[in-house]
Design a protein around this ligand. Structure first.
Ligand code: SAH
Length: 216
């Protein structure tokens, strides 16, 4: 299988065809090899139009969802970005190409370790990974220009809102465990907040102090 051709086709048929046109984002998705973020046995499926299992009952998101959520952050290259839910590390890799610095939090150690290896193999040295409950954010590195939560939450964790810069954007799937709505919160310069509902989606659950409990 020629991964480069598969990647180009993925971008044409799943991303551009659905209305995402940011040249920087398309360039980043062409550059990052998605197949190194899935188990070797699944490499051939890496450019399909679906999420895929990555072990520990977690998933790497559908390529279109990665593109859509990234697009909503409107990154120009100067930003400090926080991601909650490192998972495979693929989304963090895309963010690393499009922003200045990426801070990503994962609660499951084997996933955090595997993501670190994949990111290192691509030489993406501007990604910092922390093993912790990301529902409380990453206080020492706050504030952030943009925050992305890649697991489904019952509500917006307040700590994340507090760690968002004025003018900053936060993208998060909100809802119950079966289905969520992708929401973008904008913290305006005057301190007020904007809220946009983007689309329906389905993510694994955000587990933590300001998320779901692990048994629920
Ligand atoms: N962005 C990932 C997909 C993540 S799947 C990718 O590109 O592959 C969601 C991830 O969120 C899972 O790995 C899960 O373990 C993690 N997660 C769930 N709750 C979390 C929390 N409170 N803090 C950090 N990570 C969390």
């Amino acid at each position: 299988m020629n991964f480069e051709i598969a990647r180009k086709r993925m971008i044409e048929t799943q991303i551009v065809a659905r209305g995402i046109s940011s040249p920087r984002l398309i360039e980043a998705m062409l550059k990052i090899p998605r197949h190194i973020f899935v188990e070797e046995a699944m490499a051939a499926q890496a450019y399909g139009d679906t999420s895929l299992p990555i072990g520990e009952k977690q998933t790497i998101s559908q390529p279109y969802m990665v593109a859509l959520m990234t697009d909503l952050l409107v990154l120009t290259g100067t930003e400090k970005v926080l991601e909650i839910g490192t998972g495979s590390g693929y989304q963090a890799a895309i963010l690393a190409v499009l922003a200045d610095r990426v801070y990503t939090v994962e609660r499951i150690r084997p996933l955090a370790l595997r993501a670190r290896k994949a990111l290192d193999s691509l030489g993406l040295l501007n990604v910092n990974i922390r093993m912790a409950d990301g529902t409380i954010g990453w206080k020492e590195e706050a504030p952030f220009d943009a925050i992305m939560v890649t697991a489904g939450a019952p509500d917006v964790p307040n700590d994340l809102i507090e760690q968002l810069k004025p003018g900053g954007r936060l993208v998060i799937p909100l809802g119950n465990q079966a289905a969520q709505t992708l929401v973008r919160i904008t913290r305006n310069a005057d301190g007020s907040f904007g809220r946009e509902e983007i689309t329906g989606c389905r993510f694994v659950k955000l587990v933590g102090k300001f998320g779901w409990s692990s048994e629920e």
